[in-house]
Design a protein around this ligand. Structure first.
Ligand SMILES: NC(=O)c1ccc[n+]([C@@H]2O[C@H](COP(=O)([O-])OP(=O)(O)OC[C@H]3O[C@@H](n4cnc5c(N)ncnc54)[C@H](O)[C@@H]3O)[C@@H](O)[C@H]2O)c1
Length: 329
């Protein structure tokens, strides 16, 4: 549900996979406009045609439904294995329950939840801990995934006392182009003209993903006037005063191979536009690591939304594989 930037990226990735099919799409948008938006951003628009209310690609046909509430979407008619909710609107358990009550065996949020759910799954970190009983799931967010992957890698090599993360984030579609009264003071200011400080919820949920990091990392965001490409700025206080920036860089280089397609290290002096279209969830910037005093290390990493769309499909696959094993047992 939600055929926005993330939904379209998921759909295009699925259309080029050999295992995931999108059978139905719920959005408030008209089918011809959704198709137009999809074609405006994919590499091969000719692969995607609109036939009545169906989006069609060489692998599958997806029924477009103009529905704006999870309680109204008849998932049982489509026999789905899972629903991905990428509207950003239905983040509480009551709405997730509506998806389940309408025949979705599982619902996967594209972003962090508002209240307690069964599990937050970050592939590469806790994907092996999933359970067949999980029904309400979140795949975190692009920022949460980048942060957790980096903390996971560094905490296996270094003792981290505490730290702070700021994501320098591309604007999101819920921000106003012009000043416009919203629910939050700063987010009511023009996204096109301002650096806008925001809270970031990743810190609240870190303990669910990396228990050892619970309460140790504060998180915030600066939304900036660029369309795509985000920079994770992580400052860590490490116990060992002898740790050097090169030690940190080498730890990430050594670990990157354990996270194929998810983590990579860039040695070139890149900028945000260089990361557009990069499917990694964490692109560690080896030139960005510096040290202050004896214990404070600062490092930079890049990511963009496409990597998160890929991780959402990874989470769908993790549960499909678990179900297959369960059925075979
Ligand atoms: N893209 C990012 O970098 C990013 C980062 C953090 C959080 N988010 C949040 O995650 C959510 C999804 O991200 P996105 O970039 O795909 O957003 P998006 O705005 O591009 O997509 C949201 C889609 O959901 C649809 N939608 C909205 N309300 C709906 C409803 N009631 N019923 C059915 N469909 C509905 C919209 O028409 C749109 O197509 C947004 O809330 C966004 O703010 C995005």
């Amino acid at each position: 549900m939600g055929f926005g930037q993330t939904g379209r990226q998921i759909y295009d990735l699925a259309s080029r996979s050999d295992d995931v099919e999108v059978v139905a799409i719920a959005d408030i948008g008209k089918p011809d406009i959704l198709h137009y938006l999809l074609c405006s951003e994919v590499d091969e628009p000719a692969r995607h045609t609109l036939e009545g209310n169906f989006l069609v690609n060489p692998r599958f046909r997806s029924r477009l439904m103009r529905i704006d509430q999870p309680a109204e979407m008849p998932w049982d008619m489509f026999g789905v294995d899972a629903v991905i909710d990428s509207t950003g609107k239905f983040r509480d358990t009551a709405c997730m329950r509506d998806h389940l009550d309408n025949g979705a065996p599982r619902v996967l949020l594209r972003t962090l939840p508002l209240d307690g759910i069964d599990r937050i799954v970050i592939p590469g970190i806790n994907g092996s801990q999933i359970d067949t009983a999980d029904r309400m799931i979140s795949a975190g967010s692009a920022t949460t995934t980048a942060l957790c992957l980096l903390l996971h890698i560094l905490s296996q090599r270094f003792d981290i006392e505490c730290g702070s993360m700021t994501t320098v984030h591309a604007y999101t579609s819920d921000q106003a182009l012009q000043d416009y009264a919203g629910s939050d003071f700063r987010r009511s200011r023009s996204a096109a003209e301002n650096i806008i400080p925001n809270n970031h919820e990743a810190g609240l949920w870190l303990g669910h993903i990396l228990p050892a990091m619970d309460g140790k990392i504060t998180t915030s965001a600066l939304n900036v006037p660029i369309h795509e490409g985000c920079l994770l700025d992580l400052n860590l206080v490490v116990t060992d005063a002898s740790v050097t920036p090169e030690d940190i860089n080498q730890a990430v280089r050594d670990a990157a191979g354990d996270y194929p397609g998810m983590v990579a290290v860039v040695e070139d002096p890149i900028v945000s536009s260089d990361v557009i279209g990069n499917p990694h969830s964490l692109l560690f910037d080896a030139k960005g690591t510096i040290k202050a005093g004896d214990h404070t290390i600062k490092c930079l990493s890049w990511y963009e939304n496409l990597g998160h769309a890929a991780r959402l499909l990874d989470v769908v696959r993790l549960y499909a594989e678990l179900d297959r094993k369960q059925e075979a047992a």
